[in-house]
Design a protein around this ligand. Structure first.
Ligand code: ATP
Ligand code: MG
Length: 559
């Protein structure tokens, strides 16, 4: 029987793909040109990753190109440190831009176009203070008031604008405004400010300029200069679109179009660069790349892979309405990826000694361990075994409940890759803490099999106490306690929602020796514990691991 599967795509197209396909089909555009336009005033976060995946992904899918354009029109907050980090993060995510541009490279062109608008009677120099401008804007219900300077002659406006550029005026003394309509129902169209005076050195243009274009003016015109066909931004800009179109139409330049999608919000974190900067500056985290941060460099340091972030962005899709994505979806994308990639090793984070009393005291063995059951090509390794091991404290219980299948007196348990042992007792210190657990092994069960077929319910991991290495392990939890940390009662700030237990440092963890020579960002699955990645500060003498994520979604259980 014939089925018509040829023309049906497996995945439904998102609304941007539909727009692009119809633009290409109807010949409105010849090829796709997008851009990613970060302001270099902070490090990129996971929300930016979504925008990057959309912009670069669409261009790639339709054989087009993507530019990287730094939207550097505000000298007060911008810095080359941010420019460099942004480039590094985009590359790490796996994308490369066709051209690298800076809005500041267009300052001369933007200035000339502003003069053109003045000549057309569509812009004027206003002497009102910022406060007066705000007061006279009106409200959504009531129209604004025309500025007393609105009807200056073209000559006077050109002259004053030139003087603004030359530095004759102080910050805030004058602005250039578009002359549209002070009664427009869209507040953005009530003679928006195009230029303001800022006597601050710019990270690229130095002191060449003391007037700087506003976002609404600079952005669309920069798009037009680069012949961007689809200028994709977040939803909050939809009420700016009429202005975006007005400038382009008034200047009669290349008609770029703006399209809006829903920004990414994730539970238990904040995503505004201003707030992230505050966390860094006030020392709530160790830096922009603190593994608890929702920044790209934070995720990288934590052990995330670019593939998992791209997969997550693909999975959540492109929507037209704002929503809140559960953090666990990001972790699930990561687990799927690391499950295939990360070698399994054994590590004990909260060690207690296990002595096998019937195992020869001076004997050691090399046992076979599988590196990755999901990937046979990763092969096997040897792990050493002796009469003294470390196991997790929580894998022994003196008075265990019925369904506790781990180490408890009289019960058999499997030591992963090694033998079946039966617990015989324990030693305790004066406070009653268990210091040593004792057991006896069954020599016929090497490798973990029982020759008589008897069932062993529990398997625990271990490391050889006579042949292991020490490490420090950072265990992270959500940075914020509440799903929407930005939502606070009066008198509180998002900082009140910080999770005081978001970082636990474990010293003296015991690892199998194969981990001796790991390098920063190497990733492993510590059996039964989760995925762990080597920290930047780690050395062979002082190993430091970051827990990337647990094996299962433990957060869901806590809720
Ligand atoms: P923030 O509010 O965090 O400072 P921003 O929008 O000012 O972010 P930009 O550097 O201007 O940051 O953003 C670059 C691009 O990334 C823009 O196109 C912006 O729309 C997009 N972007 C920013 N945050 C998100 C987000 N949470 N989800 C999706 N896209 C985003
Ligand atoms: Mg911005």
């Amino acid at each position: 029987m014939e089925t018509n599967t040829l023309n049906t795509e497996k995945v439904q197209k998102n609304f941007l793909e539909e727009i692009i396909e119809s633009d290409l089909q109807e010949g409105r555009v010849q090829s796709i040109q997008t851009r990613f336009p970060p302001e270099p005033n902070g490090y990129l976060h996971i929300g930016h990753a979504k925008s990057i995946c959309i912009n670069f992904g669409l261009a790639k899918k339709y054989g087009g190109k993507t530019n990287l354009r730094f939207d550097d029109t505000n000298p007060v907050k911008e810095d080359t440190e941010y420019v460099d980090s942004i480039k590094e993060d985009i590359h790490w995510l796996g994308f490369d831009w066709a051209e690298e541009h800076y809005a500041s490279d267009y300052f001369e062109q933007l200035y000339n176009w502003a003069c053109e608008l003045i000549k057309k009677g569509l812009a004027y120099v206003d002497d009102q203070t910022n406060e007066q401008i705000r007061e006279n804007r009106g409200t959504v219900q009531s129209p604004g008031k025309n500025s007393p300077f609105r009807d200056r002659s073209v000559e006077e406006n050109l002259h004053l604008f030139e003087e603004m550029r030359q530095g004759k005026y102080q910050d805030g003394e004058k602005t250039l405004r578009a002359k549209i309509d002070m009664a427009h129902p869209n507040m953005n169209m009530r003679d928006p400010i195009m230029y303001r005076i800022i006597h601050t050195s710019h990270h690229r243009t130095g002191n060449k300029w003391c007037i700087y274009p506003m976002y609404d003016y600079a952005h669309g015109e920069s798009d037009s200069i680069e012949k961007i066909t689809h200028s994709i931004c977040t939803l909050e800009f939809d009420i700016h679109r009429p202005l975006y179109d007005w400038f382009i139409k008034s200047l009669e330049i290349y008609p770029s179009h703006q399209y809006e999608f829903a920004r990414l919000n994730i539970t238990n974190t904040v995503m505004s660069k201003r707030k992230l900067l505050q966390l860094v500056k006030e020392g709530y985290v160790a830096g922009w790349d603190d593994p608890r941060m929702p920044t790209i460099c934070g995720f990288r340091r934590r052990g995330y892979t670019p593939e998992s972030i791209r997969k997550f962005c693909e999975d959540i899709g492109v929507a037209k309405r704002d929503n809140l994505i559960d953090y666990s979806r990001l972790e699930n994308a990561l687990r799927d990826d690391l499950n295939k990639k990360a070698d399994r090793v054994m590590a004990v984070l909260h060690p207690v000694k296990l002595i096998i009393d019937n195992y020869p005291a001076n004997q050691t063995e090399e046992l076979d361990a599988v590196n990755n059951p999901e990937d046979e090509s990763r092969g096997k390794r040897k792990i050493s075994f002796s009469n003294t091991l470390y196991i997790e404290q929580e894998d022994f219980m003196e008075n265990a409940p019925k369904k506790y299948f781990r180490m408890t007196v009289g019960q058999e348990v499997r030591l992963r890759y090694a033998y079946i042992v039966k617990c015989t007792g324990c030693e305790k210190d004066e406070q009653g803490n268990v210091t040593v657990v004792h057991c006896e092994y069954d020599p016929l069960t090497r490798g973990g099999d029982t020759p008589d077929g008897r069932k062993i319910k529990g398997t625990i991991h271990w490391v050889d106490a006579n042949n292991c290495i020490d490490a420090k392990v950072n265990v992270f939890d959500r940075l914020f306690n509440t799903e929407k940390p930005d939502e606070v009662e009066e008198g509180k700030t998002f900082l009140d929602n910080l999770n005081p237990n978001s970082l636990t440092v474990l010293e003296g963890c015991k690892l199998e020796r194969s981990l001796q020579n790991v390098k920063p960002l190497d990733k492993f699955q510590f059996e039964r514990l989760g995925y762990f990645s080597v920290d930047y500060d780690s050395t062979p003498e002082n190993l430091i691991f970051n827990r990337t994520t647990t094996l299962k979604d433990s957060w869901a259980k806590q809720k």
